[in-house]
Design a protein around this ligand. Structure first.
Ligand code: GLN
Length: 483
């Protein structure tokens, strides 16, 4: 097997035994990017020189007998929404085309401390607003399983890069499904941790009460390793949780005997795509076979798309309109030339710098926050959010985790939904409730459709129960392929 095809833990074993070098692994990854990225467009920028020098440093540490770190010498790709000191951070937008970040995001410093080699920045929907990476200013990312289809979004570049072995693992962010959904479309593992489990410092804000960073990996063990490396309290993010980080790398395979898995009626409606329903039911049987107990339950608010999607989009758009006010041509990023006064400079800058989807969100977000409409839309959405959270609390009083589909269908064709934003938003029907409630969820590949498109299921857990989700995810993975 070529080095770029390995998981992080497989590569780490070879590195620790001295059978391969970080330089060789990084070279393999860079060559793969070179050979495939003209087609896939998973990367916005690749830092070959920087990556090779980080790899050399990892090799030197190993040779000197120092601890290389748990990801010592492992190539990692970062969604281009994360700041890396001295490097471009475009957020998929023209607005930040020439922006150079002055500091490392906390996740990036933690990855560096763990010895990871940062190879480049991956493509995404502009400012993470989208479900297909089609709204990126830098072009669409193609699905490695079928180049005529989307890789999902907004972390589409991270998912495609992992699936196409252009990297060993990647980091994404999930505001309403952006780690889990592209992971599902590309057949890789995607973990959205509890809100606050991973610091958001240095992650460009989309909707601050929903954003959370998570890994996209080739298997569940790598997700456990990566989470262990990046999780934990950070004094630069006041919403990061002050709680011990468990040794996920040691506990992900402890088995699931006796765990209770909830299946909500609303998650398997009669109109659900047959392929998704069959894979979800099969996953439930596999978990039962591994010793879990299945529990039927209801999620009258959190399981219903009409409540979850509308409250999600109202809140996300409201928060994003406030967060994106900072791109005014003054502090950083794009500035329009030729304006005659301050007002027209703001207008031209924002008009030129933002794409259509971002503008739509800012306009709608400003509207729902405005006096007179705030109570009717934004406040209502927050009230529904509370009901969603309560629904989950009640469900988790009866079970350890919930099993649900990630998407209503497999990856769709490029261009299929770009003319109809509502159709695009509907693809998030199963993912947004998790962000509204702040709970963790993992998306695990469980099969292929007849056309060869990956299909995943997700496991949802109570706050800070990532360990259980990793254990369940690992059990599913083992039943899909003997381990
Ligand atoms: N698809 C959702 C949106 O467009 C969620 C995106 C995300 O999680 N960043 O807002």
């Amino acid at each position: 097997m070529a080095l770029n095809e390995l998981t992080a833990h497989e590569l780490k074993t070879l590195l620790d035994r001295g059978e391969v070098s970080a330089h060789e692994a990084t070279t393999a990854v860079l060559e793969r990017i070179e050979a495939t990225d003209d087609t896939l467009n998973a990367f916005i920028s690749v830092d070959a020189e920087g990556a090779l020098s980080q790899a050399a440093a990892a090799d030197r540490r190993r040779a000197a007998g120092e601890d290389p770190g748990m990801l010592g010498g492992v190539p990692v790709a970062l969604k281009d929404l994360l700041c890396v000191a001295g490097g471009h951070t475009t957020c998929g937008s023209r607005m930040l085309e020439n922006y150079i970040a002055p500091y490392d995001a906390t996740v990036v410093s933690r990855l560096r401390q763990a010895g990871a080699v940062i190879i480049g920045k991956t493509n995404l929907d502009e400012f993470a607003m989208g479900s297909s990476t089609e709204s990126s200013y830098y072009g669409v990312t193609r699905n490695p399983h079928d180049n005529s289809r989307v890789a999902g979004g907004s972390s589409g570049g991270s998912a495609a890069a992992v699936a196409a072995d252009q990297t060993i693992l990647a980091i994404g962010s999930d505001t309403g499904g952006s780690v889990r959904q592209p992971a599902a479309y590309c057949g890789v593992v995607g973990l959205k941790p509890t809100y606050g489990r991973v610091s958001r410092y240095g992650l460009t804000a989309y909707a601050s009460s929903l954003d959370q960073i998570g890994p996209l990996t080739k298997d569940v063990q790598d997700a456990a390793w990566t989470l262990e490396a990046i999780a934990g309290h950070d004094r630069f993010d006041s919403t990061s949780i002050q709680a011990q980080v468990p040794a996920y790398s040691q506990s992900f395979n402890r088995g699931i005997k006796g765990m209770r898995i909830g299946l909500a009626r609303e998650h398997l409606p009669p109109e659900l795509d047959d392929r998704i329903a069959a894979v979800t039911r099969q996953a439930a049987l596999s978990l039962e076979h591994c010793g879990a107990e299945l529990v039927d339950l209801e999620l009258p608010v959190a399981g219903r798309g009409e409540y979850c999607l509308s409250s999600f989009y109202l809140i996300a758009m409201g928060e994003s309109s406030a967060n994106l006010a900072r791109y005014d041509g003054v502090k950083y990023g794009h500035r329009a030339h030729g304006a005659t006064d301050l007002q027209s400079m703001y207008q031209n800058t924002r008009n030129q710098g933002f794409g259509d989807e971002v503008k739509r969100r800012i306009i709608l977000g400003t509207y729902v926050l405005s006096a007179g409409y705030y109570d009717a839309y934004y406040l209502k959405a927050q009230q529904v959010r509370t009901l969603i959270r309560r629904d989950f609390e009640q469900a988790f009083a009866r079970c350890d985790a919930l099993l649900a589909p990630v998407t209503p269908g497999p990856a769709f064709r490029i261009g299929e939904k770009t003319d109809d934003p509502l159709q695009m938003y509907l693809t998030d029907i199963y993912t947004v409730a998790v962000n509204l409630a702040g709970i963790p969820a993992i998306s695990v590949p469980c099969g292929l459709s007849a056309e060869g498109l990956p299909i995943s299921v997700q496991l949802l857990g109570p706050p800070l129960q990532e360990e259980k989700l990793l254990q369940l995810g690992h059990a599913l993975e083992c039943s899909a392929r003997p381990c």
